[in-house]
Ligand binder design. Structure first.
Ligand SMILES: [Zn+2]
Length: 369
């Protein structure tokens, strides 16, 4: 087998990534389904879509779901992982031998992918939007008290802003500060990590896909690819199920002792309220789910948070000069995608290991009680 040059699987734009994904799917003789966004357009006025493809048995007991671009701009990485998987004959052969079907969902948040945002067309963070809007829920009201520091009037931030924000973090302690900022909030629609007030288009569309391909399965593994947290090039396997010790134990049995959980503070991520993987419980209630996020580190936390803050400032200042806009968008791209062959190689190596672990675990005969 010849070594695979990692860059072949990665694209510089959403439109090119989408075309590459659809080509790779069709090369396998699989017909993709495309859910075109009803109103939003891309940064180059291109159509935006969530594309899905099932490789394998539509009715088998086991399904592996792999999702990309839940956080838009993070899709440069996740799309590359999906395209490498589609090109991986050995992995696909093992999945077929174990009767494991693979569902790839490309660009859960195509708007953010194209426009280089984490958030979607409604400034909603899709990975905080899968909450039960009918039930009482935590709104994270305290976020309102820090929003003006996170998205100040001036960008880049003034020295006074830097000092004030650093003081707040010191006062609260870093874990509490990160939880306040990143776990999700429902009080500031223009803010960071905004959960929204109703299910977004991505939410409704993904739920429908998961229900149709997942119903009747006995076991569903789900890997949602993210970037922006942790050491550069390392893929942290973050448990993305409910706070259920049995599911966490299963994830560690599949993927290893280094599956981290934000429920016990062990993860680079603060607790995520309303992740997309949560929909498996209501859409596929008879399946045994095992869900992780595969979270690749890119750059230091302050750079990543700085990029997100700048992007929110830009949303509030649509008349910003072109040079400033470009600098902010460049910072977003660089915060969530490291454009080196070394980084891409690390990404694909760890993605392949995780995909293979999931396929092997899902191939095992069921042990349902
Ligand atoms: Zn993410």
């Amino acid at each position: 087998m010849t070594p695979r040059a990692p860059h072949r699987f990665f694209s510089p734009t959403y439109a090119a990534a989408r075309a590459g994904f659809l080509d790779a799917v069709r090369r396998l003789g699989v017909a993709p389904e495309s859910h075109v966004h009803p109103f939003a357009r891309g940064a180059q006025d291109e159509a935006l879509a969530m594309d899905a493809a099932l490789v394998g048995d539509p009715h088998g007991a086991s399904l592996l779901v792999v999702t990309s671009a839940t956080h838009g701009v993070e899709g440069f990485c996740g799309s590359g992982c999906q395209r490498a998987l589609l090109d991986d004959e050995d992995l696909l052969r093992r999945a077929a031998a174990g009767n494991v079907a693979i569902l790839l969902v490309h660009a859960v948040n195509p708007y953010g992918f194209s426009h280089l945002r984490r958030a979607n067309e409604d400034n909603v963070d899709p990975n905080r939007n899968f909450v039960d809007f009918a039930a009482p829920r935590a709104l994270n009201e305290a976020y309102a008290g820090i929003h003006a520091l996170l998205v100040p009037d001036d960008w880049p931030p003034t020295e006074a802003n830097r000092v004030a924000l650093a003081a707040r973090e010191t006062e609260m302690g870093t874990p509490a500060f990160r939880a306040l900022v990143t776990s999700g909030q429902a009080v500031q629609p223009a803010g960071l990590f905004y959960s929204g007030t109703q299910p977004t288009w991505s939410n409704v569309t993904l739920r429908d896909i998961v229900r149709r391909y997942g119903r009747g399965r006995e076991r569903i593994g789900w890997i949602d690819v993210h970037t922006g947290l942790g050491p550069s090039g390392h893929g942290e396997k973050i448990f993305a199920g409910r706070n259920d010790p049995a599911e966490l134990a299963r994830a560690r049995a599949w993927y290893g002792a280094d599956v981290m959980s934000y429920y016990d503070g062990g993860s680079a991520s603060a607790e995520v309220k309303g992740p997309i993987t949560g929909c498996v419980y209501d859409q596929c209630p008879d399946a045994e789910p095992t869900s992780i996020a595969l979270e690749y580190g890119t750059r230091p936390m302050e750079d990543v948070l700085g990029a997100i803050r700048g992007d929110h400032w830009l949303q509030a200042h649509p008349d910003a000069p072109a040079a400033k806009r470009e600098a902010i968008k460049r910072a977003m791209r660089e915060a969530f995608y490291v454009d080196t062959e070394e980084w891409r190689g690390m990404v694909l190596g760890q993605a392949r290991a995780a995909f293979l672990q999931a396929v092997m675990a899902l191939s095992v005969a069921p042990s349902r009680h």
